[in-house]
Design a protein around this ligand. Sequence first.
Ligand code: CMP
Length: 176
Amino acid sequence: MELISRILDGSIPYGPEGRLGPVSAGLGAKQDDKIERLKEVPLFESCSRRQLRSVAKIARVFDVAAGTVLTRAGEPGDEFFLLLDGTARVVVSAEKHVPIRPGEFFGEMSLLDGGPRSATVVADTPIRLLVISRGHFSGLLKNVPGLTSTLLVTLSKRVRQAEERAERLGSASAGP
Ligand code: CMP
């Protein structure tokens, strides 16, 4: 089950400070605050004010406790995530975890190809997330063409890193 559904149906327990669930004050409530924050996110740097306003309308902001599983490898995925505050990590393998920092996004792969989540992503600290659902995400890509090229650049980097890693593992297991 995806993150928002788990939050809304109460199956994710509250964190120590009770900071879990839709943000109902400040950033979440005021569109202008949200737009100001979106302006700082590299993914949206090519957006006009009007486009940022439409992003702010479709994006939901959530505070999530440390340790929360945000995506689970092998499960279907219907949400795109952008990290606003805190740190998360992509569990690529037992030995390899890739950090996700504020301004970075994840969850795009399942939305683009319809396949299951390629990796588990976990919140390392209490985090604030911007979440866009599948239907809104495809509309966003149509309305803001610049986003597709940013997504492609990031995807290419991720593939390149994964290939380099596979090569290193291959040569390590082949031995001297
Ligand atoms: P998705 O497969 O939808 O869900 C898990 C996400 O983890 C994936 O999209 C990417 O956003 C991210 N991800 C997967 N593999 C890597 C990687 N090697 N480096 C960074 N992020 C990754």
